[in-house]
Ligand binder design. Sequence first.
Ligand SMILES: [Zn+2]
Length: 221
Amino acid sequence: MNVQTIVCDVCGNEKQCIPYEAETGDVICENCLQICYVVAMKDKKSNRYFSVGIKGTYEEGEILAKQLINDFGTFEDYKIEKIMMTKHFIEATTSGRTITEISPRELKKHLKDGGKSICLLDIREDFEVEKDLIPGAVHIPIQRIPARIHELDRKKEYIIICTAGYRALYICEFLQENGYKVKTLKGGMLGWKGLGFVVPLAVSTMKAASKLRGRKKDDLL
Ligand SMILES: [Zn+2]
């Protein structure tokens, strides 16, 4: 690609640079460019794709895909696609995103201070919680949540816990749509134990990106 004179759609500056076209259709300069990867996981039973996005590298995308295959046990395949986004689009969708995280450090401090008004909800499988349930956490395996949702209290705030923080995002969206106050534990139990494999996640961004690329929202688990 050649260097051209462009007016960047994001920063508005006139620049001599290689123009990039973002997923949003904006022509942008290199300063406003954010390379992302969409990791699309194929579910064995439904053949549907569950997509998450990362701001990291292709290799981090692969690590994430393998971890998701391990965590869920229901994915048979994955695809990783590079996409160009504008930095401001990522910031807008991730900072304004409806699901908030609590870091392990913040949670520990909160629990030390008495942990008023919050409730820990661990959504991992029975065999996963046998050895390391956080004291005081309620355990409801992920697939039992819809049937047992009435056990949850809309006045409380739930911190949703899984292994690495991905399953929790899915359940957070579900609970939020049903009127519950929720946060995810950033990095899940791995983060809690200080093993934090933390990938900047931008699920909502990637949902938007998938939409832009013409996928139906229903294709996303
Ligand atoms: Zn720019």
